[in-house]
Design a protein. Sequence first.
Length: 184
Amino acid sequence: MSEREKMQSGQWYCCLDSELDALRAQARRAVHAHNTCPPDTRGAMAPELHALLGHVGEACFLEAPFHCAYGMNIHLGNRVYFNAGCVVLDTAPMRIGDDTMFGPNVQVYCAHHAKDPADRAKGLEIGLPVTIGRHVWVGGGAILLPGITVGDNATIGAGSVVTKDVQPGETVAGNPARPIRSHP
């Protein structure tokens, strides 16, 4: 089984692999094309980036700069919006529901590295999927860690570090993110 096949099947794999290097290089080229489009260019993203992503719904918009590791694992519903400076390390499927919005500098990580230093030195990692529901707001500077699910209509406060699943309709904030009360 190739390292890419291991990555895609949710197994531990070595990220120091020529096939994965080539896929990351392809993503860097597409991201560069997107990030260097003239500001008055019509359309939500450069064609190279659009073609790279796993799925792009209608009327999605990714502000530049944007960065992703592979792109092929990113699946966007309709009307998804990423503000400037967002980073997605998509070593596993990342699915985002309709009408979800990300503030500036949000980071979403699917990559989980080995805890043992010797294994890390060998490039061992595993990709854990991240699923974000519909009508979710992720505040600026938030970090979503590998393997989490964010339910529909949830809100993640700016600067939060999400280490656990967020229930539908829940508002979380802090480091680590915890449910907070909403006041009218």
